[in-house]
Design a protein around this ligand. Sequence first.
Ligand code: ZN
Length: 134
Amino acid sequence: MKVLRVDHIGIAVNNIEEVKKLYSDILGLKHLGSETVAEQKVTTAFFPVGDTEIELLESTAPDGPIGKFIEAKGPGVQHVAFRVENIEEALAELKAKGVRLIDEKPRRGAGGAKIAFLHPKATFGVLVELSERE
Ligand code: ZN
């Protein structure tokens, strides 16, 4: 598999509008847009930084993955996403190497990317996302 770069860092927040002030007004990053991914019960907002992006994640329901994360750990860094060249190939290789996966097959993430999560127990406590975009 080929990891191209850190695609984005996902940060769980209680309120995107509130946190946006830090990233936009104070740090001066451009807000690329927001998107709700209904299946994941999350609204995301992207802020490009050079080659990578900050992704703010606000839960749309308490029982969604971000809602549960915040309840357990509080707001903060939730996942690191690596951009890969070919996500199907990467998942097959990781599976063959015995790495525990949350998603055996890619699903649709924000911005039309193909994404899949590795199990945090297999990645020393860091939730790792793979992402492939055209
Ligand atoms: Zn992500």
